[in-house]
Design a protein around this ligand. Structure first.
Ligand SMILES: Cc1cc2nc3c(=O)[nH]c(=O)nc-3n(C[C@H](O)[C@H](O)[C@H](O)COP(=O)(O)O)c2cc1C
Length: 194
């Protein structure tokens, strides 16, 4: 596995989170096999793992967030990690998930001892995913909603461009935050200037 070789060479100056999706040509019924394969291959090299069931770029991947599909993946992952050294495993959700769907997902995550959720992935738009500022309020809304229904900790992501944005997500109940698009636009400056 190419990524395994690359990770083995990493100087490990910071914790490594490994984000896992399924292959495009794997059916949703067999998706759990892809998640397990990658977890097995890389478990010793990651500090935490993210089950990405919310990328808008892989056809049908987001259906894995729902009901039985998610239940199968999470229960297989639960069985896999049962006798392994503890490492946090998180689930990453789409910003479109809310209401009863979110309640059901929270229940499935709790039943399978998921350590955290990442809210949110990109918004699905024609041709791909929308990130950055247009996502800020929507992902905030999802954090607000999640903390009302579940005690599973939230990592907040979506549209962070400043310290104030980070503080907003923390004030809503996120315990950690992540940034992608803001880093693309502002580079390292983002971390040194508010
Ligand atoms: C070019 C690009 C690639 C991304 N690839 C992934 C991915 O492979 N897995 C994933 O879970 N999220 C992926 N994301 C979503 C981001 O991790 C993040 O959840 C989202 O962009 C919202 O944060 P932001 O507004 O800070 O970019 C990607 C986003 C962008 C813009």
């Amino acid at each position: 596995m190419a990524i395994r070789e690359r990770l083995k060479k990493d100087p490990r100056l910071v914790p490594i989170g490994i984000n896992i999706g399924k292959n495009r040509d794997t059916s949703n019924e067999r998706a759990y096999e892809d998640y397990l394969f990658t977890l097995r291959e890389l478990y010793d090299l990651g500090d935490y793992f993210v089950l990405n069931v919310s990328s808008p770029n892989t056809p049908n991947l987001r259906e894995l967030q729902m009901g039985e599909n998610l239940g199968v993946i999470l229960s297989e992952v639960w069985r896999f990690r049962r006798f392994k050294p503890y490492k946090p495993i998180l689930v990453k959700l789409a910003p479109e998930i809310s209401g009863e769907d979110m309640v059901e997902i929270a229940k499935i995550c709790e039943e399978n001892d998921i350590d955290g959720v990442i809210l949110t992935n990109t918004l699905k738009v024609e041709g791909g995913g929308l990130s950055g500022k247009p996502l800020f309020e929507i992902s905030n809304e999802r954090i607000r909603e999640w903390v009302k229904i579940s005690k599973i900790p939230v990592i907040g992501v979506g549209g962070i461009f400043s310290l104030e944005d980070v503080q907003k997500k923390l004030s809503l109940g996120a315990v950690l935050t992540q940034v992608y698009t803001g880093f693309v636009y502002r580079g390292w400056e983002l971390f040194s200037q508010p």
